[in-house]
Design a protein around this ligand. Structure first.
Ligand code: IVH
Length: 670
């Protein structure tokens, strides 16, 4: 045993080093040198060995990033050196004033070199390393005392658990945790799909993620980190300037922002500011200005600090991302299911470097809640990638000429009358042939929630619809590369790729196909129930209302909607044409009825599970033939409660749904 353990100890050390090396190549340098599958193999080997010898798990093992047990609350930690904030400058002139102040204070006019760094819009954190090992991470807090968020910070792959090369005995590294735009967008899409509240911007999302008491939740958030300083430069012998310090932080294994510039003159600082302002919208993370620091630590020391901010640095903020403008009109857009959505038409205004002329208003309720009138001056805000929104009308500026907003009586696309159905907030166009709905349906069909056909995103579908190339679903499958190629913005290669992607989607699973059709009340869960029961589209089309109603989880409204849909001769004709085009959806799941233990079960998770991440649990349920619902409805057969289950538990009990705790869930799946 001891021999085996000794061998494991050696192998574990090797694995830790190898994985850490690959993490650094991948997350910090963005230059991976190993295939994902090979990396996964190493990681699995590490986990297996650590499971066998838990006493050999070390604090710097990559396995420690996945997140430990939840905390009841965060402990507080004093910072050895206060984490100061920065004074702001709002213009190029104020940057010149900054240089003037430096010269006055130093009572001389040395040729000063600066380091200009993007001001990352995230959260400042401090990372403490002892003997090269990451031992403590904290928030800025009030500058003197922060909160211990070590477990959460460990889940961020860009933060080294052990420093590379020769590290000082103790080092306190400072930098910014932030969320990249793409990750933020994806996360919000998933939250929207799960019916969870959305984060307003990446900064709030990053803050919310870091303040999770359960590190396993943090681990699933796409967080990143750039280092920009240390609490005391004296800890890094041989570093005399901020520029050298950043280089050294890179050597120790940290990510340092590539847009940092050493500028020998203030003119160059200003040049870099203009450059950053220009490219900020192209970055995949948010910056809200530029930080200018005096490069020399000797000069920094002479300049010293004021109460809350150092004299040797200043933050030059970008123009605000709020602006006021006039609400000219409200457009009413027709969605896929005919729901009418109001969209504000604004006098174009530059907000955070981007011209904004439209903002979403969601629904009539929102117009009422915000008390908007046509002609109002309104406060508009834009946060990064987020769709611009109206914050509020500026009622002080009203002249009396403003007019109330009238909701339309007819569909703005087809002129058909609108109805408001019971229990719904919005108005709806119920004309099955409405062109706007048709276009939205096409976009949904090829999009992510539907068939997910590469190259046929919203813009492409709008173009194909406008050009008359695609009027309905079968047209998509009749598409020729030659026709596509002739359109604006298309080339031989993109046309070819799109046609190939279309061809590949002909053998889609029945469930995905049904969800893509966008039948009312048929989402992914219902689509899977239908696939499971009917196997082929033909069987489903022939199903009677009674037959549909025998399926557990399908009620009268859903069954009626399915029957109405397939009973429509126009739909039958369209499906016939799709079949002629070779579209042959069929059951995807292998194994027959009864073989899989969770077949027919629809599980909903609430609260935090101790031994699985939500994604792992979902994966297991699906593998066993069950389905996972994202909301509490009549289709749900089991509610699985982790820690802090919330309001769903009470509701499930009221609805008579089986409630399982984690142990019972484990029994169910074992
Ligand atoms: S230096 C004393 N560098 O800006 C020096 N800060 O108001 C203070 N920030 O809380 C920090 N990017 O969250 C520095 N490149 C950068 C920065 C940066 C973003 C944030 C940081 C800090 C705030 C200062």
């Amino acid at each position: 045993m001891t021999e085996e353990k000794e061998a494991a100890r050696g192998r574990l050390r090797q694995l830790r080093e190898e994985i850490t090396y690959h993490d650094h190549r991948y997350y910090v340098l963005d230059q991976p040198v190993i295939a994902d599958a090979e990396y996964d193999r190493l990681f699995r080997e590490l986990l297996a060995l650590e499971e066998k010898f838990p006493e050999l798990v070390t604090a710097d093992s990559p396995s420690q990033r996945v997140g430990g047990a939840p905390l009841a609350k965060f402990a507080t930690v004093p910072h050895s050196h206060a984490m100061l904030s920065l004074e702001n400058a709002f213009s190029e002139a104020e940057l010149r004033d900054f240089e003037e102040r430096l010269r006055r204070f130093l009572k001389e006019a040395p040729q000063m070199t600066y380091v200009a760094e993007p001001k990352l819009d995230g959260l400042a954190v401090e990372l403490v390393y002892e003997q090269g090992l990451f031992i403590l991470g904290s928030t800025r807090g009030d500058g003197r005392i922060g909160e211990d968020i070590t477990q959460n910070l460990k889940t961020i792959a860009a933060i080294p658990l052990r420093l590379q090369g020769v590290a000082p005995d103790r080092l306190e590294v400072r930098g910014e945790v932030f969320m990249v735009g793409a990750g933020f967008k994806k996360m919000n899409e998933e939250r929207a799909a799960a019916g969870e509240p959305l984060f307003a911007n990446p900064r709030n999302a990053a803050a919310g993620s870091l303040r999770q008491l359960d590190p396993r939740l943090t681990a699933r958030r796409p967080l990143d980190f750039y280092a920009y300083g240390v609490s005391d430069p004296a800890d890094l012998a041989g570093c005399a300037t901020q520029g050298e310090l950043l280089g050294r932080l890179g050597e120790l294994g940290f990510k340092v922002n590539p847009l940092v510039r050493r500028c020998p003159t203030m003119a160059e600082v200003i040049g870099h500011y203009r450059h950053l302002l220009e490219i900020r919208t192209q970055l995949d993370y948010e910056i809200d200005g530029m930080v200018v620091k005096v490069d020399s630590f000797a000069l920094q020391e002479r300049l010293g600090n004021k109460a809350r901010s150092p004299r040797w640095a200043v933050a030059c903020k970008f123009p605000a991302s709020q602006a006021t403008t006039r609400l000219k009109a409200i457009d009413f857009q027709v969605g896929r299911t005919g729901v009418i959505t109001p969209v504000a038409v604004l006098e174009p205004v530059v907000v955070g470097g981007v011209t904004v002329s439209r903002a979403t208003l969601h629904n009539e309720e929102e117009i009422k809640r915000k008390d908007l009138k046509l002609g109002d001056m309104v406060l508009v805000q834009r946060a990064g990638d987020v769709i611009p929104e109206i914050v509020q009308p500026i009622t002080d500026l009203r002249t009396g000429a403003e007019r109330p907003v009238a909701m339309p009586a007819q569909c703005p696309s087809c002129g058909h009358g609108l109805v408001r159905e019971e229990g719904e907030v919005g108005l709806r166009c119920v004309n099955a042939h409405c062109p706007a709905q048709r276009l939205r349906s096409l976009v949904h069909f090829t999009g992510k929630g539907g068939m997910d056909i590469e190259g046929l995103g919203r813009k492409a579908m709008e173009q194909l619809f406008a050009e008359g190339l695609v009027a309905d679903l079968p047209d998509i499958f009749a598409m020729q590369a030659e026709a596509l190629e002739k359109l604006d913005g298309w080339a031989a290669k993109s046309a070819d790729n799109a046609v190939q992607a279309i061809a590949a989607s002909r053998n889609v699973s029945l469930a995905r196909f049904l969800a893509a059709l966008g039948i009312r009340h048929v989402g992914e869960v219902t689509a899977e129930l239908l696939e499971e029961r009917f196997v082929t589209l033909e069987n489903l089309m022939a199903a009677s209302l009674e037959e549909l109603l025998t399926i557990e989880g399908i009620g009268g409204q859903v069954a009626g909607s399915i029957r109405d849909y397939f009973g429509d001769p126009a739909v039958q004709m369209m499906l016939h044409r799709l079949r002629e085009q070779g579209v042959a959806p069929r059951r995807s799941t292998v194994g027959g009825q009864g073989e899989l233990p969770l077949r027919g079960a629809v599980l909903l998770f609430t609260g935090t599970l101790a031994s699985f991440s939500r994604d792992e649990a979902k994966e297991i349920v699906k593998k066993l033939g069950g389905q996972v619902s994202s909301s509490l409805n009549r289709k749900v057969t089991h509610l699985v409660c982790g820690d802090k289950p919330g309001s769903k538990l009470q509701k499930a009990v009221e609805l008579g749904i089986a409630v399982l705790n984690e142990k019972e869930f484990q029994q169910l799946i074992s």
